[in-house]
Design a protein around this ligand. Sequence first.
Ligand SMILES: *[C@@H]1O[C@H](CO)[C@@H](O)[C@H](O)[C@H]1NC(C)=O
Ligand SMILES: *[C@@H]1O[C@H](CO)[C@@H](O)[C@H](O)[C@H]1NC(C)=O
Ligand SMILES: *[C@@H]1O[C@H](CO)[C@@H](O)[C@H](O)[C@H]1NC(C)=O
Length: 324
Amino acid sequence: MMILLLMSILPIDGYSTNKDGWSVFYPERNICAVRGFSATLPCNYSYPQSGYKVVQKLWCSMDSNSKWCVKPPYVYDSTLNVTSDFVYGGDDKSNCTLFIQNVKFYYSGEYRFRFITDVTGGKWTGDPGVTLTVSDLKVELIRLSGNGTLKPGDSLNLTCHVYCTHSSSQTVWSKNNQNLDRSGPVLHFPSLTAEDSGNYTCTWNSSVSSGSDTISIYVEDSTIAGLKTSIFIIMLVVSGVILIGLVMAAIIYNLQRRKIKTPEENKGQSGEKTQTHLDQDQDQVPQPEVTYATLSIKTNKPPEKNVQDDQQDDSVIYSDIKLH
Ligand SMILES: *[C@@H]1O[C@H](CO)[C@@H](O)[C@H](O)[C@H]1NC(C)=O
Ligand SMILES: *[C@@H]1O[C@H](CO)[C@@H](O)[C@H](O)[C@H]1NC(C)=O
Ligand SMILES: *[C@@H]1O[C@H](CO)[C@@H](O)[C@H](O)[C@H]1NC(C)=O
């Protein structure tokens, strides 16, 4: 009678197995969960309360177990003190709810609840069980205009891809953790402004699971962008001027060097002519000295060679004249 009453109140997708007051009831038979988030597997059970005491509560997965889950393995066993992603949220009387934390893709599958009492034969498994489907949730940025960095005036869509479907589920958007008054999977920006910069979160909720994803968008401030462009142009001009200056300096330097090497070219320039003249003198002076030194040694050795002596004398005189 109690079960029939519950059945008429609760959603039609709920499922109950019962016989003579023994039952397991799953209010939600198909649950969609978002990977990395948590999910709840709601569950109620009953047994003839007088004379029975629940001694073991078990949850099993049809991926690793079968039928009534008579033998291990179990994802939850009340007699074992182990920590896992599967946490019992029920009690010893009527609540057999299972919480699943940090849901993984491979947690997808069917789960069943089994309970055992202290009376021989006093046990029950809720078959069929609850089916969990694990999906991803992702916010995608779709450019509708513009490319490169986001600039004011560009348009885009932020699309929340939720692959979970569940009656009574909803998608809501928030910006920098503040609720935006917008629901639905698409957030449309027809013309961006710098104020649109921020962290956008799409949150998907159902009565038994939830998930969210955040995307960060940055729209370049047009005044800052203008300032950057101005600075860039100024730097371009300045470096151009410096480059031209360097090239011109190099040309002038090269011209001057060429003028030094060919003295005929600067006859009109008195200042440079003097220097050229000095350079020429320095080049010519050592020549007679060298001649003098080598020749003077030779004159001491062979005294018969008078002609050479004369020549040597001449060169000495010549060098003296040139030096003084
Ligand atoms: C970026 O946009 C400009 C103007 O709209 C266009 O000319 C250019 O080809 C685009 N570049 C890319 C990589 O799409
Ligand atoms: C956006 O998120 C990043 C890191 O996730 C954080 O550093 C930044 O401060 C956030 N911006 C705003 C405006 O909250
Ligand atoms: C962008 O969002 C608008 C408004 O929701 C929609 O009409 C349009 O089809 C979307 N465009 C793309 C490419 O998703």
